[in-house]
Design a protein around this ligand. Structure first.
Ligand code: MG
Length: 158
């Protein structure tokens, strides 16, 4: 088995859709980035790549690539899974945390788990997502950014 860690942070900006875990969330502001800026999926991708020692998201999906503009991070998640499969690994489980002051994310977590499980062809029981606030502290707590952390356990393919 191998374990990997991932972390991501994106600023919140007006006029952007808020997409986390592949789910569109009703909110006045969204995450700023070249792709859909889905911080949760970016953290998950880095955890998967990290567990297989395959580098990081920026290396495989560079922001300088015009094809990355506005791309759904669910597609990047699937491509990352193809990379780890090609290296002889499959996902055991993923655990993650989203840190956001607003909006309240708990109602969206079941849909996020569904999206990730479906994109990866895994059972829901292998995908965990928690949501926390930063208790008013730092840029996340002041509502200027959203962060995500993830770990992924990979198992060697039989
Ligand atoms: Mg990112």
């Amino acid at each position: 088995m191998r374990i990997g860690i991932g972390w991501d942070s994106h600023p919140l900006a007006a006029g952007r859709p808020l997409i986390l875990g592949g789910v569109s969330i009703a909110h006045a502001r969204g995450l700023l980035g070249v792709s859909d800026a889905d911080a949760l999926l970016h953290a998950v991708i880095d955890a998967m790549l990290g567990a297989a020692a395959l580098g990081d998201i920026g290396q495989h999906f560079p922001e300088s690539d015009p094809a990355m503009r506005g791309i759904s991070s669910l597609l990047l998640l699937q491509r990352a899974q193809e990379l780890i499969h090609a290296a002889g690994w499959r996902i055991g489980n993923i655990d993650s945390v989203i840190i956001a002051e607003q909006p309240r994310l708990a109602p969206y977590i079941p849909a996020m788990r569904e999206q990730i499980a479906q994109a990866l062809g895994l059972s829901l029981s292998r995908i965990s997502i928690k949501a926390k606030t930063a208790e008013g502290l730092d840029s996340v707590g002041q509502g200027r950014a959203i962060q995500a952390q993830a770990v992924a356990l990979l198992e060697e393919m039989p």
